[in-house]
Design a protein. Structure first.
Length: 261
């Protein structure tokens, strides 16, 4: 059996479990709340109780690029958690339930099984992020003014490798652990460490860590840099994330090949 039928089966599973709808909707909800909240904030503060009579609150109106860039910043932590929840049981759950053993009775190699899982969830993640960012950018433009859509999409694509790393590390953990909870917990701990700790370990490690990509993406969306400047800022992080994706992809493959199913 080639990889294509396995990929088709995985997409059918996404539709059966409604993940193909749930993930884009959650991504939209996580991001679109930022421009809405920023728009409503002056009214909320003006109508809040406990302020002295006659108090005047002046809040500078942020630009559309500033609002949209903060949406990525707010999305990062919760988006990571959502992806881990979605992916953590994709292999570990099937091993625990016996589904994986039934799949491998057929002429399906573990490599093709693992590759189909990865391609399916990479596609789901990229599609969900593009949909979420597109809708959020549209409403941000309606509420706050003009956006440079070329900068929006370039910034988005600069950020996406971080999300793919979350998928890769969770698939790796799902291949190693016998249950989804263990896989999810291990992936969560790893991603917290790799996204936060390098900033305390020196400039070089901070530059090549995944934590640098959101800053480069935000710079691009805010139009504070040209493509060349953003690329220079984000290139070390992109290289580091690419290397981590490769390492953990093959580690997960190795764990699956060695696991007893």
């Amino acid at each position: 059996m080639t990889s294509y039928p396995m990929i088709r089966i995985e997409f059918q599973e996404l539709m059966k479990t409604y993940k193909i709808l749930i993930v884009p909707i959650v991504f939209i909800a996580l991001m679109i709340t930022q421009p809405i909240t920023m728009k409503m904030l002056p009214d909320i503060l003006a109508n809040s109780t406990g302020l002295p009579k006659g108090t005047v609150i002046n809040i500078p109106t942020p630009s559309a690029p500033e609002v949209l860039s903060t949406a990525i910043s707010k999305f990062s932590s919760l988006g990571t958690f959502v992806l881990i929840l979605v992916v953590m049981g994709t292999i570990a759950g099937e091993k625990a339930s016996g589904v994986a053993s039934m799949v491998f009775v057929k002429p399906v190699s573990r490599a093709k099984y693992y590759l189909a899982k990865a391609i399916t969830y990479y596609t789901l993640t990229i599609g969900s992020m593009l949909i979420g960012m597109g809708i959020t950018a549209y409403y941000t433009e309606l509420l706050f003014g003009k956006l440079d859509w070329a900068h929006v999409w370039l910034g988005t694509f600069m950020y996406i490798p971080n999300l793919l790393l979350v998928v890769t590390t969770t698939l790796c953990a799902s291949s190693f652990f016998a249950n989804a909870v263990g896989a999810g917990g291990a992936s969560l701990v790893f991603n917290i460490v790799v996204f936060t700790v390098p900033q305390f370990l020196g400039k070089f490690l901070d530059m090549v860590s995944p934590g640098g990509l959101p800053n480069a993406a935000m710079m691009m969306i805010q139009e504070n840099s040209t493509l060349a400047e953003a690329a220079i800022t984000g290139l070390p992080g992109l290289a580091g994330v690419f290397a981590l994706n490769i390492v953990f992809f093959f580690m997960g493959w190795y764990f699956l090949e060695r696991s007893e199913i």
